[in-house]
Write a protein that binds this ligand. Structure first.
Ligand SMILES: [Zn+2]
Length: 258
């Protein structure tokens, strides 16, 4: 359905970039219209009343006018500013990572209430005292799932047999797991411990409430992070526009413990 010429929607600001002398283009995630770009006119002028409402991560109510090439923001009002995220650099960098991942994985203009809710809940969790690692891993796995990049974690992608409860392999290029015999020589495959597999499976099928009870020793948390990150990097590498982001993720990757 084509939205009317002027419409209101709730949105979370994923990112912003400069346009011309005084304008910005904002990438918004809305529930009903998915991800979209919108022009904010004059927001870089000191007199702009809108600029404060359009910071990245803000949840706001925006009024959008259909433009010829992209929507134009006609008005906006902050609903939630996530101040606690902005006051703490670690939290802020995690939250920006979460927003950027949504930007990279979501197609434009496709209704997506589920990813909107996931993004909003994740930002709220990052503000709370919840285990930040688990919040991020849960978000990554759910986002992959909802955006059509769900990794295989039940069977071996080589011989199609169910995985045995032992050390197996994880291979991003193949799209998930290999058994202990198929994975040994497979390109880009890395060992996956039994506990690592259990945590990845839990993240894939359990609710956040259930995963929130997890308590991972640091080595296991690192292993799970590494596998998920390498999978995300692999999926994004096929997108040339994600190159700089991929580079940053690579640099941030924890070295593998042996
Ligand atoms: Zn196999």
């Amino acid at each position: 359905m084509t939205p009317p010429r002027l419409y209101k929607t709730e949105a979370i600001v994923l990112r912003q970039r400069k346009l011309g002398e005084a304008d910005r283009i904002l990438t918004l995630h809305t529930p009903a219209h998915g991800k979209l770009d919108a022009k904010a006119k004059g927001v870089r002028k000191t007199t702009s009343r809108m600029s404060g409402h359009l910071q990245p991560l803000n949840r706001c109510m925006v009024q959008l006018a259909r433009g010829r090439t992209m929507e134009v923001i006609a008005g906006c009002e902050t609903l939630e500013s996530f101040q606690r995220l902005r006051d703490d650099l670690d939290r802020l960098s995690r939250a920006l990572y979460v927003a950027e991942l949504a930007d990279r994985f979501l197609p434009e203009g496709v209704e997506s209430v589920a990813t909107y809710r996931l993004l909003l809940e994740t930002l709220r969790r990052l503000q709370s005292d919840a285990d930040q690692d688990i919040v991020l891993r849960y978000y990554e796995m759910r986002l992959l799932d909802l955006s059509g990049f769900r990794p295989e974690l039940a069977r071996c992608l080589g011989c199609d047999q169910p995985l045995q409860p032992q050390q197996n392999f994880f291979a991003p290029a193949a799209g998930g797991t290999y058994c202990s015999s198929c994975g040994a020589g497979a390109a880009g495959s890395r060992t996956l411990s039994l506990n690592g597999l259990k945590v990845l499976r839990l993240l894939q099928r359990a609710s956040y409430k259930e995963t929130g009870r997890l308590s991972m020793p640091p080595a296991l948390a690192q292993e799970v992070e590494r596998h998920l990150r390498s999978y995300i990097v692999y999926m994004l590498e096929r997108d040339v526009n994600a190159a700089a982001f991929v580079e940053r993720l690579r640099r941030e990757q924890q070295p593998l413990e042996v």
